[in-house]
Write a protein of this length. Structure first.
Length: 489
């Protein structure tokens, strides 16, 4: 079991390289864009990419996940047949959808809020969606074959080429907001071209009909599920706008983005987790292994939560290339960050509990769970924003992910029962509450320096973990020896 856990940890770390660097670089584009474009221009960019997020779900229709499932079991065909059928299906449907986008470009331009001189953005959108969809199937193949390093390399190339093309288009070609979509199209095309050697290795120009039916049955439920998930992620912004004002939305969005640090951990875990549990499900000790994974996920995410919650105000004061992580005018919304971080923790719980549904091929139930999350989010936003403003919107997201995690747990247990280590999970949560509570009590009393209080709170959290036998002292000893060795002390 240790070997499998180490393999999952290794792949999570490698996927994390591209995820962390990529998401963080994209995060840094926010102050970059907002200092170059007008509010209206940046609004258009944000709006169009929100629609791209919805279209991405439709273009891929769960074929990457379906490929991973059927390639691991090979119940309807070998891996090459499965990949080729999935890829050919996606490339055909993506071509048709992109042609439809071009045919209805005028109507879509109105929907996107584009003026006549920006209609050409629709062309780039169709290209971005096409190449991203077919590339994602190839990326799924890299994940299946444990090519984590290759996966990470191509993801980083995509990001850096996007940034470089943005700089060229904005400062040299002076294309304004069109630059962002030109850069997006260019980086998507470059990524696909680099993936061609991996695509050719397992490709045949053929669609196995019985295999396609199996893939579609497994993958299509990801469409309503994915669309509902997108609603959960973005619906709070327009509702907040309708119930408050643009200034509140701006402060909320800037501080919500600070949840990126937890989101990165959850995202890199998700990349490694899905192919891991699909492969390990065939082993005798699979359920015990999955239970351990959930415990370790809870442990690490809790550690990230407590550290970020205590030090987020210090982190935002760090200057990068002359810019604060978020501008001073937005620091008044920092109080929502702990809620956002906790929401991502529950999103990670939901991702953990997905294993049983996918292993047993019960993906038709997934839209029920994500749909519940979307409904809870919408209703909670309308109820809580009038009471608490932007904090209400943050709590609405937390409640949405919590409801998804709980419902997914009970649904998965029905088809694939796993005995999770709930006693340990409870003790981890208790450790967070006690150490977090110490900080607020001592901070209110103002007995000692606030930084010392934060450090004491972290040490107390570690002490609780050791006391409850959640971690071993020798782990800490090995960790600190490693650190001392690295800094030559």
């Amino acid at each position: 079991m240790k070997k499998e856990l180490k393999q999952l940890g290794k792949e999570t770390a490698i996927y994390g390289i591209s995820t962390i660097i990529g998401r963080f670089l994209n995060f840094l584009l926010v102050p970059f864009f907002t200092n170059i474009f007008t509010q209206a221009e940046y609004g258009i960019i944000t709006n169009v990419y929100a629609y791209i997020a919805f279209f991405n779900i439709i273009y891929l229709y769960g074929m990457d996940s379906a490929y991973l499932k059927f390639a691991s079991t090979q119940e309807l065909g070998n891996e090459k047949q499965t990949f080729s059928t999935a890829f050919n299906s996606v490339i055909i449907t993506s071509f048709v959808l992109s042609v439809l986008i071009l045919l209805f470009r005028d109507s879509l331009a109105v929907l996107f809020g584009l003026s006549d001189n920006l209609k050409q953005i629709v062309y780039f959108v169709s290209g971005i969606l096409f190449f991203d969809a077919i590339s994602n199937v190839i990326f799924a193949r890299l994940r299946f074959h444990n090519k984590a390093l290759r996966f990470a390399t191509f993801k980083l190339i995509n990001i850096f080429s996007n940034i470089l093309l943005n700089i060229v288009a904005i400062f040299i070609w002076k294309l304004g907001s069109i630059s962002v979509f030109l850069a997006g199209f260019g980086s998507s095309l470059i990524t696909f071209l680099l993936l061609i050697p991996d695509f050719i290795k397992s490709y045949q120009f053929k669609i196995e009909r019985s295999l396609l039916r199996g893939l579609m049955k497994f993958g299509l439920p990801f469409v309503p599920s994915g669309l509902a998930s997108i609603v959960t992620q973005v619906i709070d912004r327009p509702i907040l706008m309708a119930l408050t004002n643009a200034s509140t939305v701006g402060v909320y969005q800037a501080n919500y983005k600070l949840g990126i640090f937890m989101m990165l951990f959850v995202s890199m875990f998700q990349y490694a987790w899905q192919p891991f549990y699909l492969k390990q499900s065939l082993k005798e000790n699979a359920k015990e292994l999955f239970s351990k994974v959930f415990t370790y996920f809870t442990l690490f995410s809790s550690a990230i939560f407590i550290v970020l919650t205590l030090f987020i105000e210090d982190i935002v004061r760090i200057k990068i290339f002359g810019f604060y992580l978020i501008g001073k005018n937005f620091w008044g919304g920092l109080y929502i960050v702990p809620v956002v971080l906790l929401a991502y923790v529950f999103n990670g719980f939901y991702i953990n509990f997905l294993a049983g549904i996918q292993i047993q091929k019960k993906t038709q139930y997934m839209p029920l769970v994500s749909g519940l999350g979307a409904i809870v989010n919408v209703v909670s936003n309308f109820l809580l924003i009038p009471l608490w403003g932007m904090l209400g919107a943050a709590y609405a997201t937390l409640l949405a992910y919590l409801s998804m995690a709980i419902s997914q747990y009970f649904l998965s247990q029905k088809f694939y029962k796993i005995h999770y280590e709930w006693k340990k999970i409870f003790l981890i949560g208790l450790s967070v509450i006690l150490s977090y509570g110490l900080f607020y009590i001592m901070n209110d009393l103002k007995i000692i320096n606030i930084y010392l209080i934060k450090i004491l709170s972290i040490l107390l959290f570690i002490t609780f973990l050791v006391f409850f036998n959640l971690i071993e002292i020798k782990w800490l000893k090995e960790f600190f020896q490693f650190l001392l060795k690295k800094i030559d002390i």
